[in-house]
Design a binder for this molecule. Structure first.
Ligand code: AMP
Ligand code: MG
Length: 395
C-alpha cells in the first residue's frame, strides 16, 4: 500500500468514526478491500464474493450510501469540522457543505476501485473560458438594440484555478455610438473608453488571437462558460447580425453556470448573488463591470470544479445543436475546443464575409442531448432576470 492509499485509509476510518459508524459493523473501511478491483478496461466480470453475493464495488457503494446517510444527519458544524479535518473548504450553506463532503468520499471510492473513469466522471475540457459581455442599454431597453461594449474573458483550469491572464477590450458601438448615462452608470464604461476602442469584429479577432496564444482549440480543449444564456444567445447573436459576420463556431455551445450550479448542489433557482452567497463568497469589484463580473463568475466555476462538479456543455445556440447521433454535450463540439486552430482563428478572414445562409439544424424530436436551446428563459432565472430577458427580447 503506498503512502496516499494509507492516508486515504485513515481518512476513511476517521470519517466512519466521526460519522458514528462502527468499523466492525461496516466490516471494512472504504479502502480496506482485500484486493483492489481491476480496472474496468481489463476486467471481464466483477468478482463476486460467494458468501455475500456482492462484488467489491457493490460493497463500496453500499458503504458510501451509509456514509451519505450519515452525512445527511450531521449538523452544519459537524460537517464543517469534518471538512476542516480533511483540509477542505468550510465555507457555504449546509447543502453546499454536504455536497462537498459527499463528493469527497465519492472520489475516494473511485480512487480505491482503481478502475477506469466512466464517461460521466471525466471533464471534457482543460480550460473554461468565462465570458460576460456588457452592452449598450437604456433604462427601459424599449426598442433598444444592444451592442457589445465590453468583451472580457477569464480562464479557469480544470483543477479550479482562476488564471491571471485575462482578456479585456472595450468595443465601439456602431448603431448607438453615444452611451446613455444609464449605461455608463450601470456598467462604469465611459464614453471615451468606447470612443477609443475598436469595432466589435476587430475585437473578436483579438479575442481569438488571445485564445490561440493559450493554445485553446489546438493543444487544449475548452468550454465557454457564462452566467445565464444571454451572453451567447442574445448579445453575441445580435452583435454578429449588426456587424454582418458569421456567428463564431466556438460560441455555439456553452456551459450555463446557473444550470450547472443548480444541478450539482441540488438547489432551486439561482443568480450570481445567490451562488456567491450560498458558497460563502462575496462579490469582488464592481457589479456590471464585464471583467469583474467574469472574475466572480470564474470564482464560482472554480469552486464547483474543486467540489468535484463534472461540468458539461448544457446549452446550445438556437438551431445550432449538434446533429443527432454525435456524442452528448461535451463531445467534440461540446468541448468548444475540440476542433483545430482554424475553428477559433477564422474571424480574421470573416470580417468582410456575409453570414452563412444555412445553419445546422437539430432534427425535431431528437433526445440525444442534455443541453437545451438557449433562447428561452432558463431554470434558475429569478423574476428580475426574466424581466430583464423580456426587455432584451422586446428590443
Ligand atoms: P450584466 O452582465 O448583468 O452586467 O448585464 C449585461 C448587460 O445587460 C449590461 O451591460 C446591460 O446592457 C444590460 N443590463 C443589465 N442590467 C440591466 C438593467 N437593470 N437595465 C437595463 N439593462 C441592463
Ligand atoms: Mg456583466
Amino acid at each position: 500500500m503506498d503512502e496516499s492509499q494509507s492516508r486515504t485509509n485513515s481518512w476513511s476510518q476517521a470519517a466512519l468514526n466521526f460519522l458514528g459508524l462502527s468499523l466492525d459493523k461496516e466490516a471494512e473501511s472504504l479502502s480496506a478491500s482485500k484486493e483492489p478491483v481491476a480496472p474496468l478496461k481489463t476486467r471481464s466480470k466483477p468478482r463476486l464474493d460467494m458468501a455475500s453475493g456482492f462484488t467489491p464495488e457493490d460493497e463500496i457503494s453500499m458503504k458510501l450510501s451509509r456514509i451519505n446517510g450519515a452525512i445527511n444527519k450531521m449538523t452544519k458544524e459537524e460537517i464543517q469540522e469534518k471538512l476542516a479535518s480533511i483540509g477542505l473548504n468550510t465555507c457555504g450553506v449546509k447543502d453546499v457543505l454536504k455536497k462537498r463532503l459527499k463528493n469527497y468520499y465519492k472520489r475516494q471510492r473511485t480512487a480505491q476501485c482503481n478502475r477506469a473513469l466512466t464517461e460521466d466522471e471525466v471533464l471534457k475540457f482543460d480550460y473554461l473560458v468565462v465570458i460576460d459581455f456588457e452592452a449598450t442599454c437604456s433604462e427601459t431597453n424599449d426598442n433598444f438594440v444592444h451592442e457589445i461594449i465590453e468583451f472580457p474573458a477569464v480562464l479557469v483550469d480544470a483543477q479550479g484555478h482562476v488564471l491571471s491572464d485575462d482578456f479585456q477590450r472595450f468595443c465601439k458601438p456602431k448603431l448607438n455610438p453615444k452611451l446613455t448615462s444609464f449605461c455608463t452608470n450601470l456598467t462604469g464604461i465611459t464614453q471615451s473608453q468606447v470612443d477609443n476602442a475598436q469595432y466589435f469584429p476587430e475585437v473578436l479577432v483579438e479575442f481569438e488571437n488571445w485564445m490561440s496564444s493559450h493554445k485553446l482549440g489546438t493543444q487544449h480543449k475548452f468550454a465557454i462558460l457564462t452566467d445565464g444564456p444571454w451572453d451567447m444567445a442574445r448579445f453575441l447573436k445580435t452583435q454578429t447580425e449588426i456587424c454582418d459576420i458569421p456567428f463564431p463556431h466556438w460560441a455555439r455551445q456553452w456551459i450555463n453556470l446557473r444550470k450547472a450550479y443548480t444541478a450539482f448542489y441540488g438547489c432551486g433557482k439561482v443568480n450570481l448573488q445567490h451562488m456567491l452567497q450560498d458558497l460563502g463568497m462575496t462579490f469582488q469589484g464592481r457589479p456590471h463591470s464585464g471583467l469583474d463580473d467574469a472574475r466572480n463568475i470564474a470564482a464560482i466555476a472554480a469552486r464547483l470544479l474543486m467540489d468535484g462538479c463534472i461540468m458539461r456543455v448544457n446549452e446550445y445556440q438556437r438551431d445550432m445543436r449538434p446533429p443527432a447521433g454525435s456524442s452528448r454535450g461535451g463531445g467534440r463540439a461540446g468541448s468548444g475546443g475540440g476542433g483545430g486552430s482554424s475553428r477559433i482563428s477564422s474571424s480574421k478572414s470573416r470580417l468582410t464575409q456575409k453570414k452563412p445562409q444555412t445553419r445546422e439544424r437539430q432534427p425535431s424530436g431528437s433526445r440525444s442531448y442534455h443541453g437545451e436551446s438557449a433562447d428561452i428563459p432558463q431554470e434558475g432565472d429569478n423574476l428580475e432576470d426574466l424581466l430583464h430577458y423580456l426587455k432584451l427580447q422586446k428590443s
